[in-house]
Design a protein around this ligand. Structure first.
Ligand code: C2O
Length: 537
């Protein structure tokens, strides 16, 4: 194994999209940011230097960070932010993981432009469990706002209303052909006839799940969230914010140009391609550029069954070499409602004296001002409590209509787990305002998605149907709108680990909590000491 050194200079950069120019926060002046390459077992050192006016922190989304929570990155959870003019070296080892992940800013809404891919190759000499593709490409999906994204969320928090949606989606930084005033054709994926390509698709968008499709071509899904899956063919993939999907594309069509598109659920309700659809071009080299693009209807017109089929097709590879280590018994069985709520807000004029918030088990998480991991490690009192409820305080019943009690309470509450506990969490969408899909991300662990259903979770009958053989293993899972998902994991990583909805607006509103995993008794079972340059609050 090797040590990989990276330097991330966080700098402002004037960037033009949709006919207007604005300064954006970037890493090394790039949007999207640089790809971090490593192999399984490598040590990675990223020196982040903050040259902007905002506090900054970077999260390595999906990296296990075994005992190295100090390098995980969520501001005020595992570290204090890197202040303007300061720097911090993220120092971690990639253990037992290979595939595609992403890194992104984990403070304010800076993730909108501060993100990039992490490509972890297998150990030297270890092949992929599928035929080696001839080439590999990173494809990053994201969103673009004409306004400054900090203004967008700050205004929303003042008014109590929902923030504006983005003005365009992007593929590798560009909206492509359709958005009004898009100045370029967008990203071009050049392929040679007869070759195979692995596309490492990353959804770095703030608030949108995206369908991804290539006209005239099928894709073979081989990996999600840096875990191998049983390969299957599809013409559309669905990627939620924070998720990654590796597909193999065979360039086996006649010469031509084919449209590549990313679109949201909402767009599928109205029109096939609209000005929010991000597009790119798949180009067979040697083809004249005047050849017309072959059009596609990028989002499936009937999106819900397509999304369900895709989700249900995902299974762990579960081979001899890559067994699915699903916890078969459960020490901690938790039931978390996730959703939106409405709380009083006397100053919220636009919201008529109330504001939209979000919660888990009726707790709207309040960010502390000292990092939780520091408070835990140094035993600083008064920063958090460990009374996060394992079940909703008021028994939950999903009816599809908003329940009477729409309020939540505020708190910085953690749920305490002993080292090596086996944990099951049923995440149930409340549909308090409207049923919504919540891509929930757990830091520090991979989990197995053992069950999924619509309506109310039934604790008597549903567990009998759980898949404990080859459930998909991942770090971010969509809780179906008006439904539930059950996940299981081993609490084998001591520290403080954030769990939240990866739609940034829901995180801001409070759909977040943290697990505190105690140290074990063994010599390799406790949080390592913090690095000397750990930022101070
Ligand atoms: Cu990718 Cu806590 O986030």
């Amino acid at each position: 194994c090797r040590v990989r050194h990276y330097k991330f200079n966080v700098v402002m950069k004037n960037t033009t999209r949709l006919c207007s120019t604005k300064p954006i926060v970037t890493v090394n002046g790039k949007f999207p940011g640089p790809t971090v390459y490593a192999r399984e077992d490598d040590k990675v050192l990223v020196k982040v230097v903050n040259h902007v006016k905002y506090n900054v922190s970077i999260h390595w989304h999906g990296i296990r960070q075994l005992r190295t929570g100090w390098a995980d990155g969520p501001a005020y959870i595992t570290q204090c932010p890197i202040q303007p003019g300061q720097s911090y070296i993220y120092n971690f080892t990639i253990t037992g993981q290979r595939g595609t992940l992403l890194w992104h800013a984990h403070i304010l809404w800076l993730r909108s432009t501060v993100h990039g891919a992490i490509v972890i190759l297998p150990k030297l000499g270890v092949p992929y469990p599928f035929p080696k593709p001839d080439h590999e490409r990173v494809v990053i999906l994201a969103e673009w706002w004409k306004s400054d994204t900090e203004d967008v969320i700050n205004e929303a928090m003042k008014s109590g209303l929902a923030p504006n949606v983005s003005d365009a989606h992007t593929i590798n930084g560009f909206p492509g052909l359709y958005p009004n005033c898009s100045s370029t054709k967008g990203y071009t994926l050049n392929v040679k006839p007869g070759k195979t390509y692995m596309l490492r698709v990353v959804n770095a968008a703030l608030n949108e799940e995206l369908f991804f499709k290539i006209a005239g071509h099928k894709m073979t899904v081989v990996e999600v969230d840096a875990s191998y899956v049983k390969p299957f063919k599809t013409d559309t993939i669905l990627v939620a914010p924070g998720q990654t999907t590796n597909v193999i594309l065979a360039a086996d069509k006649g010469a031509g140009r084919y449209l590549v598109a990313a679109a949201t659920f909402m767009e599928t309700l109205a029109v096939a391609i609209d000005n929010l659809t991000a597009t790119a071009t798949l180009h067979y080299t040697g083809t004249l550029s005047s050849t017309p693009t072959i059009l596609t209807t990028p989002p499936p017109q009937n999106a819900t069954p397509v999304a369900n089929n895709f989700t249900l097709s995902l299974k762990s590879l579960n081979s001899k070499k890559y067994p699915a280590k699903v916890p078969l018994t459960v020490d901690h069985s938790l039931f978390f409602t996730v959703g939106l709520a409405v709380n009083p807000c006397p100053t919220c004029k636009a919201g008529n004296g109330s504001r939209v918030v979000a919660d888990i088990n009726n707790v709207t998480f309040v960010m502390p001002t000292i990092a939780l991991l520091q408070a835990h490690y140094f035993k600083i009192k008064g920063v958090f409590t460990t009374d996060f409820p394992g079940n909703p305080p008021i028994k939950f019943n999903y009816t599809g209509n908003p329940p009477a009690n729409l309020q939540s309470t505020n708190g910085t509450k953690l749920y305490r787990l002993p080292y090596n506990a086996t944990v099951q969490v049923v995440l149930q969408d409340t549909g308090m305002i409207v049923p919504e899909n919540h891509p929930v991300h757990l830091h520090g662990f991979n989990f197995f998605a053992v069950g999924r259903g619509l309506g109310n979770f039934n604790p008597k009958t549903d567990p009998k149907k759980f898949n404990l053989v080859d459930p998909v293993e991942r770090n971010t899972i969509g809780v179906p709108s008006g439904g539930w998902v059950a996940i299981r994991f081993h609490a084998d990583n001591p520290g403080v680990w954030f769990m939240h909805c990866h739609l940034e607006v829901h995180t801001t509103w409070g759909l977040k909590m943290a697990f505190l995993v105690e140290n074990g008794k063994g010599s390799n079972e406790s949080v390592l000491p913090p690095p000397k340059d750990l930022p101070k609050c």
